[in-house]
Ligand binder design. Structure first.
Ligand SMILES: [Zn+2]
Length: 219
């Protein structure tokens, strides 16, 4: 009784749903590094590599290259990186296709745990991934991740302690997104501050927080 489903023992395959390249690293890069260090399989899926968001004159697919570099820093294997090319800010028009892709991912990967945006995320693309993700993966444990600059509210009901090394990998991974380096939330100072804040909530040095969407402990 009372077994936390986040116990490493219950989880072998983790699927990270990132609406856009970099969302997964921002939200749970430390947790990904921790699970990989423990020998778990992590699959990273980005639904858009956001060519429309690139600075003028940038080569197409630049964010895809940056995502591949960033997820390698975390330790994700090449064959566990998946990217779709949905148009950024237009996910609501593609809801059904996105759902069908997710159903296929569920059949192929059979994850034990899915990390996805919290349903309180106000970005229209993130909201589609949060809601369609629930529909596609409702038989898995699910944690909603935070991206505070997008969140209307956030219920920090689940926590993963991370080490300084996991935090360093997260910061280094986000440093791979050179095309996005001007954003204030990309600074190492901010990333560390949030990890410190989440750690203070339960008395550890660093952590990442999640909104527990669904917690399943099977026999
Ligand atoms: Zn995003």
């Amino acid at each position: 009784m009372g077994v936390c489903f986040l116990s490493m023992n219950n989880i072998e395959r983790i699927l990270i749903l990132a609406p856009h390249t970099d969302d997964g690293e921002f939200a749970c890069g430390g947790t990904i590094a921790r699970y990989l260090e423990a020998g778990k399989e992590c699959y990273y899926v980005a639904f858009s590599y956001c060519d429309d968001s690139l600075p003028p004159g940038s080569p197409k697919g630049l964010l895809l290259d940056e995502m591949k570099a960033a997820t390698s820093v975390l330790g994700i294997e090449e064959e566990h990186k998946i990217a779709f090319d949905y148009r950024v800010r237009h996910f609501p028009q593609a809801r059904q296709e996105i759902l069908e892709d997710m159903v296929r991912l569920n059949n192929d990967i059979r994850p034990d745990l899915v990390l996805l945006p919290t349903k309180n995320d106000t970005h229209q693309d993130h909201a589609v991934i949060a809601y369609e993700g629930f529909r596609a993966f409702k038989k898995c444990s699910m944690l909603g991740y935070e991206l505070p600059w997008n969140n209307l509210t956030f219920v920090s009901s689940g926590f993963v302690e991370i080490s300084k090394d996991h935090l360093q990998k997260k910061i280094e991974a986000l440093g791979c997104y050179e095309s996005q380096a001007n954003r204030d939330y990309a600074s190492p100072r901010y990333i560390e501050s949030l990890a410190v804040t989440r750690g203070v909530q339960f008395g550890v040095r660093y952590a990442e927080a999640f909104d527990v969407v669904r917690s399943i402990t099977r026999l």
